[in-house]
Design a binder for this molecule. Sequence first.
Ligand code: ADP
Ligand code: MG
Length: 549
Amino acid sequence: MTNDKQPVYILPENIQRMIGRDAQRNNILAARLVAETVKTTLGPKGMDKMLVNSVGDITVTNDGVTILDEMEIEHPAAKMMVEIAKTQEAEVGDGTTTAVILAGRLLENAERLLDEKIHPTVIARGYRIAAEKAQEISKDLAIKISPEQINLLKQVSMTAMVGKGAEQAKEKLSDVVVNAILQVMEKTEEGIKVDKDNIKLEKRKGEGIENTELISGIVIDKEKVHSDMPSQVKNAKIALLGAAVELKNPETDTKVSITAPDQLQAFLDQEDRLLRDMVAKIKNSGANVVLCQKGIDDIAQYYLATEGILAVRRVKSSDMEKLAKATGARIVSKLSELSVKELGFAALVKEVKEQGFDSSEGLLYITGCKNPKALTILIRGSTEHVIDEIERAIKDGIGDVCVALEKGLVVAGGGAFEIELQKRLRRFGQGIRGREQLAVNAFADALEVIPRTLAENAGLDPIEILTELKARHEENKFTFGLDVSSNASSGGEINDTFGKGIIEPLEIKIQALRSASEVAIMILRIDDVIASSKSGGSMPPAGGMGGYD
Ligand code: ADP
Ligand code: MG
């Protein structure tokens, strides 16, 4: 723009804009920083992160998606990386760190090609070709698994759980996870289906992790509202109330002005009568257990107790849904709708008081449910932080065993899968002409970030490990990977990881490849970032990154 001409503005002044190579560099840098952050948590020897949020709550975790979620990331490209983790979590329930690290390395390698003046479109095309081929090759590397192979299933579960504080109890926890899944699993014409919603997770602080147990039925963290109520009811007919058993709900709340003492008495009598009516409605439906999502008035509690009805209040809405599914009850939102048809069934409802812990509260066990597939895993651990991490480990275990069963295919872990895929993709790359070949090779190179990171996190020399691994794969030992659990003195060894029980569902790998390549391609193709200043701070200046390998 020269001085004699007026500058032309097409955007308002408060807009930040970054174009071309700058935009690419900045985005890639941000995305790589995200990958760099979670890198140290990969694998059984990965470190944990301690996250403290704005109100001081502490989370100690090794779980990729949890870390990224809590970090409140602002940069738009970095946010896209967080999205991969979330998609990965939602689709397959595990492999979040893997997906993010892989995307980071894909972008790092792409940047080298950009420096060599290869156009982003060409790189994107090469990456897309490689990603498609990788999925095809992956299927050749998979090994079949079926519900009868209980040991393999346990190994899948253990592989998913290691590194998440579950180490010492992994056998026990895997038993629980696999048993639970085998019980809820259904064989349909389209294959095996597992409805994970049938497995409820309930947490209890106190005993050690190894006391985590599988209960057939539903356990809720509640106790009866009145001490005169029965502590157990056999042949329970269960009413699930979405409405309060009290008068002071907004619809009926009215103001009364009382001028004489007898008026007050009359008013109290009336209140009493109304509550008694409410309890009568429950009684008449035939219910002997009431699980109420809202409150229960003190007077109503008393009348319920005199009728011998066991009642619990303020049940979580998510628990209400699980209870409905388990017992066959319908959640009734008006007491007047309650009838025998709406009730659910369980052979036994029992309150169990646990003693000796700082929470002396009871647990309510609803067992022998109408739906036998309703299960609860009662997670135990010494502190809340421990329990929360165990819960995440169990969720990963459940997720992995489910996809392994549903898709029926698993692969060898510890980088075995990635190195074999790399080898075969490189061969495939040789047949590709043009500059896309460079991108296919860059994609193949990126895959080794997984064994490399596993080695680094175990304190091993990544170069040595990669060299040996590649040599083994040249000998067609395609299940050989880095086993960081055996040979503890050296930090790990190259081994047949499949044989050693380091086994992962194929689908997790495929999903990680898919989401990592999609986000890498998407970020690569952005050459213009236009940000209104309201999203302030979202565009940090591009700069050097210290300590990057
Ligand atoms: P993600 O969030 O990607 O699931 P994890 O921290 O769960 O990350 O680590 C998964 C990786 O750890 C996989 O590549 C898996 O093969 C590897 N892994 C699991 N157990 C072992 C082991 N005993 N030795 C080496 N690698 C292992
Ligand atoms: Mg995992």
